[in-house]
Ligand binder design. Sequence first.
Ligand SMILES: [Zn+2]
Length: 454
Amino acid sequence: MKKLTIYLSFLILLFIQTSPGTAAPKDGPKNIILLIGDGMGLGQMEIARLFEYGKKGHLYIETLPYTALAHTYSANNRVTDSAAGGTALAIGEKTKNEMIGVTANGKEKKSILDLFKNHLYKTGIVTTNSVTDATPASFTASVKNRWEDQHAIAKQQLQTKVDVIMGGGLSYFGANEKGDTNLINQYKKAGYQFVATKQELQHAKSDKILGLFGPKHLNFKLDRNKLHSQEPTLTEMTAKTIETLSKNSKGFFAMIEGARIDHASHASDLTSIWKETIEFDNTVKYCVEWAKKHPDTLIVVAADHETMGISSSEPMDIKALKQISVTPHYMASQLQKNKSGIGYTNQSIRKVFKQYAHMTLTNRDIALFQSDIKNDRNQVYPDQQIAWEIGNRIAKHYHAGSLDRSTEKLSTTGGHTSNMIAVFAYGKGANQFHGVMDNTDIPKILAELMGFAF
Ligand SMILES: [Zn+2]
């Protein structure tokens, strides 16, 4: 009888160790929250710190006990885009710019989120961008080109069975002219609760949530009042995600992205870099405070790359930049088209710069603006070019540290840089993050801590 008991215990032990669904991690964390500030370099953090708290103040992120620096180059470029940068953080391997969730030779590879999923942990992705955009997609989909088909990425996310998906991107989930079906209905059939406003999100009770709060990316924090935005904040989406994933679960993995730090940086919009980074910082604070009540949690804060060489230059006029109350994207929307439909009226250009950026343009400035927008060939985000032209002029006027527009124009990533990014960690396993590492080391360390094999 005793022998039989020993034999049975041995069998049970063997089962626990070999079955992927039940394998207990070797004392790894129960929950991992990976927060990614898209385009958030040390310059963006410094701008947010100075604007919000002054010279002697501190961001919350700075209080995390473990820090490291990471290189971000991609397989085919010294400077990464968000696709290769996100993929490195997701699959632990370098890939080429524009590739998502695949290796440099185009082979699909499981992401750290997939590994959690395979081991029956809950998973979630949250972003202020479209949920199908590069960073969230790197964790939940595999495509050879990020611009290929957002609807196909949304479909893959359904197949991946991510428990919580929140952000923008509603326009990619509907039926379309290419004959794709309405994905919202398919998500509902698969047991997801679909929510589209802040109120609906607050009342959501399901274990599986699809929250899409805008057609593409969510609004910039700075424009939200002006646009009467009904969207939840990044912190509100994160709070609901943690609440949902931690309910009756063995643990979870969540990727939370502050996506618009990158968008603000591309436009050299120092005011929005401040606002977006502070929103991200608040979200980090929320997660760490939750982790303090759930000590078996690991929080890692990273970035996919730096954007526009943002820096805290000495002559920068912080006071003036803080007085700007809308983004260059909003300003662009206020320009009046010429009667011909090409270009904008001189009068509206003068008015917009005066009203929102408190700048007086000369006739020469206006003529130059007109010719610059006419000759712009922005291949990366053609729809953003007017906003970038406005933002760049404001940054220059107030002497903020940002790449010159001519350098940005030559860049295939729209102004990303290869500056090292900072990594911060708190909680169980946080001491693994130190020194100078590679971006691919981050998911490798997470997998190692959990006892998962890539
Ligand atoms: Zn970018």
